[in-house]
Design a protein around this ligand. Sequence first.
Ligand code: GAR
Length: 202
Amino acid sequence: MNKRKIGVLASGRGSNLQAIMDNIANGTLDLEIAVVVSDKPDAKALERAQNANIPTVVVDRKACSDKIDFETKIDSALKEHNAEVVVLAGFMRLLSGFFVEKWQHKIINIHPALLPSFPGLDAQGQAIEYGVKFSGCTVHFVDEGTDSGPIILQKVVPVFDNDTEETLSARILEEEHKAMSEALKLWSLDKLGVEGRKVILK
Ligand code: GAR
């Protein structure tokens, strides 16, 4: 049987991408990564994909006339490779309503905080600054807001008095690697339904 195909958007290091690749390789996830798209030509995520013979596409924002042009090119790359769902694995740009409408309930993001706390940039730093005792990560469908879409799952980690942004980020990242694959497994088994703001397990 043909495997369901995902497209991954990544801007940087790509450790979340790597975790998905590892879980596909070890049989935990029955999926295929159809393409990895990056807005950064030097993203380590691209190198990881190329090492695994996964097609890569760079869409450099600076080379695009405007945001619509940028997002149209990303959309075309995903469609050319027959991606059914878009996974944001450390993709550091906000997608506009233009893109989100095309992929409604088909964009999955991972955010390094327990949403709705600490959306946007530097979520781990925001958590340290606020003094919360627990933080974690959230996997959610993307809507037109910033980190505001229906939540698929969350994982919690403690925050210790002596934590720095680096130590907390590392603790959260470990959970991110599990959380994204768990969400993708549910998606691949067609278990995720969206009712209003809620994700329901079918
Ligand atoms: C991860 O911590 C991810 O949650 C975060 O960027 C990092 C990417 O790491 N994403 C966001 O903050 C999105 N708003 P990675 O490149 O090693 O997967």
